[in-house]
Design a protein around this ligand. Structure first.
Ligand code: CA
Length: 246
């Protein structure tokens, strides 16, 4: 079955070029020119697409807003942001809004296609699922079903983005180990993506907000000063880590 990709791009020649190349790679590609059209397609069917290629500079509604609306609705389609902007703040804003990949214009089409393939591969319901780590995991008041993409904290359902869940899955699979920011970037974001190490820190802040009883005094997602982070499922069993945040 063909994997479905939605392209949101208002510059027709760029959009048509991307669509053509996606189709040449065997994807079923749909092109729309503005954010509301994209949101309407997801409103019709939240699972209609396996990946979303989203331009940031769109008329009326920016790509950031489109992405934020989708994530608010719990739609966790993998997203590649396209932007002419190169400022780090813009990139961070994209990741904070829930983007999985970020590509700066002008880009080479083979690079774009490689990223899209990467995104589709990461889909939890893809033909070749990532089976590293357990299917279910519990720690503290948190219960995670990685297969069903369901997370509850103190009995309440919590919405995580695909990338947040990928990060948790990696921490769980390497429980107790000290992981550098580069370990996390390589394994969770992929070697061909280009997020900053600060992105890791931003994601840790988000995981703590989701999971820690007191995010300022984390018990599970610990900072290891000068190195990176360590996930501890049962705090108190061992406490040789410098858990000071910073
Ligand atoms: Ca544009």
């Amino acid at each position: 079955m063909k994997r479905k990709v939605l392209i949101v791009e208002d510059e027709a020649h760029i959009g048509i070029g991307i669509k053509y190349n996606c189709e040449a790679e065997g994807f079923d590609a749909t092109l729309v020119g503005d954010g509301p059209s994209a949101l309407q397609l997801f409103a019709d069917n939240p699972h209609a697409f396996d990946a979303l290629i989203l331009d940031i500079m769109l008329p009326d509604m920016s790509g950031y807003t489109v992405l934020e609306r989708l994530r608010e609705q719990g739609i966790d389609v993998p997203v590649l942001i396209l932007s002419a902007r190169t400022l780090t703040e813009d990139k961070v804003r994209g990741f904070d809004a829930g983007a999985d990949q970020y590509l700066t214009k002008p880009f080479e089409l083979p690079e774009l296609i490689s990223r899209v393939k990467n995104l589709v591969k990461r889909q939890p319901n893809a033909a070749t699922p990532d089976n590293s780590g357990p299917e279910q995991f519990q720690f503290g008041d948190v219960s995670i079903d990685f297969v069903r993409h369901e997370v509850t904290v103190r009995g309440k359902l919590v919405e995580l983005t695909t990338k947040e869940l990928d990060l948790v899955r990696f921490f769980v699979s390497r429980e107790g180990e000290v992981l550098s920011r580069n370990d996390l970037l390589d394994n969770v974001w992929g070697v061909d993506s280009s997020p900053q190490t600060r992105t890791v820190d931003n994601f840790i802040v988000r995981l703590r907000r989701h999971f820690e009883t007191d995010p300022a005094n984390p018990q599970h997602f610990l900072s290891v000063r000068g190195v990176g982070y360590r996930f501890v499922a049962e705090p108190g069993i061992d406490n040789d880590t410098d858990a000071e945040d910073g």
